[in-house]
Every structure is written in C-alpha cells, then in structure tokens.
Design a protein around this ligand. Structure first.
Ligand code: NAD
Length: 231
C-alpha cells in the first residue's frame, strides 16, 4: 500500500513525539542516549523534587535548555510547517517540549507536555515565555521560584490543551503520528479519536509500537524521509 499524499486531505493532524526531534540531535526518552537513564526523574522532573530542591531542578533544566538551544529544527519539522501554511485546517499536537515546531514556523502548536521555553509562577498564577539560557532569573518578582511550564512526571495535563487536541482530532481527515512510542498516557490514546471518527491514519516510526495496530498505514524509517514520501 503506497502512503497517502498530503494533497488529498485538508484537515490534517500531526501528532508528534521525541522521535521527530531525534534527527535534530535531541535524545529520545526511550532508547540509547535517553536522559532518564542518566538522571532519576524523582530528583529532577517532578513537583516533589522542585519543592525539595528548586536550584537542583533548575540546574538540570538549564542544561536541557542549553542542549536544545544548540539544536535546529530538521526537515520533518519544516515540512510540517509548510503543509500547515498551505492547508490552514492543519493542527500540530506535540508531546515534545523543545519548541522546534514553532522554530520551524509551526503555529498554534498544542504542546501537551508544556514547553522548556515557558516559566510559570504558581504563587501569582502567571505564565510567560522565557528563552534565556541559562535562565535570567529563577525567581518571580514576587519572590517565589518560577518553575518550568512542563508537565513533569505525576503532573496532570492541561484540560484546555486536551480539549483543543480533541476538537482537532474529531474533525481530522488524516492523522499522522510521528516518532512516538505510544506508551505515555493519556497522550497515547488521543489519535484513536481521529481514527474512530473516520480519519485515514498513518504511523511513522523506526519500529512497531504497542499502538501500531490502530493505524492503517505503518511507515517504517526516519521521520523526515517518510514525511517527504507523503508530500
Ligand atoms: P519516546 O522516547 O518514548 O519514543 C520515541 C519514539 O520515536 C520511539 O518509538 C522510536 O522508535 C521513534 N523514533 C526515534 N527516532 C526516530 C526517527 N528518526 N524517525 C521516526 N521515529 C523515530 O518518545 P515519546 O513517545 O514522545 O514519549 C516520551 C516523553 O518524553 C514525551 O512526553 C516526550 O515529549 C518527552 N521527551 C521530549 C523530548 C523533546 O522535547 N524533544 C525528548 C525526549 C523526551
């Protein structure tokens, strides 16, 4: 079965994971080079760790910001942005926190797991962009520690983001899942909404995943190459 072509669809949803950014040099979560082999998330990436030792958590996130800032969007990110410009009904839903979709020109990206490039003050309930590396100030003007606006382990996803994602998926005519292992919930379940609503479905990955059976087209190889094969 040859892969579907973007030209035949108008309401495309790209659902992306760490595999899409691996070609930019950002390690995936699972697999070789995955950061959670090196760092224990309970010490660096959960609310409890932040409350215990915010400086330690910020040192870790400053390292991540420096590593990601040194990377560039790849052809996959760029092609997705080109398609979004050509087809305004396109939605980008990502589990990535690296901001590479936006740097490639993607707009209104639904960042299910937050962003390395936003910080929030939980005391004042404010959120703002901050792309300084290292962070210019780890504290809000109110004196409280800012925290990365990332969905850490054990955090809940934003209800607003989930609703936006669900709305896009319900009306999609093509769902393309790219570089995600499909094991992080509730995100992993979202593409099912589009499939159940009748969208043509494509999974792009180096290998099979626990959710591969959901997809009509299972394309195996590098994300950027396979996206080009659909253009
Ligand atoms: P994951 O690490 O669990 O899985 C990555 C998947 O991508 C694997 O199935 C792998 O086979 C596939 N893959 C790797 N390179 C690929 C390539 N070049 N082309 C196609 N497929 C490729 O990632 P996940 O499912 O996104 O879940 C991990 C969680 O950690 C998510 O929340 C994720 O966003 C977060 N995370 C984010 C980043 C980032 O922002 N870039 C990096 C690591 C982890």
């Amino acid at each position: 079965m040859s892969p579907p072509k973007f030209a035949d669809f108008s309401r495309i949803v790209f659902f992306t994971g760490a595999g899409l950014s691996s070609e930019s040099g950002i390690p995936t979560y699972r697999g070789s080079g995955g950061i959670w082999k090196e760092y224990n998330y309970e010490d660096y990436a959960c609310q409890r760790a932040f409350e215990r030792d915010p400086e330690k958590v910020w040192d870790f996130h400053d390292k991540r910001r420096a590593a990601v800032a040194a990377c560039e969007p790849n052809d996959g990110h760029r092609l997705i942005a080109v398609i979004q410009r050509a087809k305004p009904g396109t939605t980008i839903i990502t589990q990535n926190i690296d901001g590479l979709h936006a740097r490639a020109g993607g707009v209104d990206v639904i960042e299910l797991h937050g962003s390395l490039w936003r910080v929030r003050c939980d005391r004042e309930r404010t959120i703002r962009d901050d792309t300084s590396v290292p962070m210019a100030s780890r504290k809000c003007t109110c004196g409280a520690y800012l925290r990365p606006d990332i969905v850490w382990f054990e955090d809940a996803l934003s209800v607003d983001n989930l609703r936006r994602a669900e709305r896009a998926l319900e009306r999609a005519d093509l769902i393309v899942s790219i570089g995600t292992s499909g094991v992080v919930y509730p995100a992993a379940d979202l593409p099912r909404i589009a499939v159940q609503a009748g969208a043509v479905s494509v999974e792009i990955n180096l290998e099979d995943t626990p959710v591969s059976n959901l997809y009509q087209h299972r394309l195996r190889g590098k994300a950027s190459d396979l996206l080009k094969s659909m253009a």
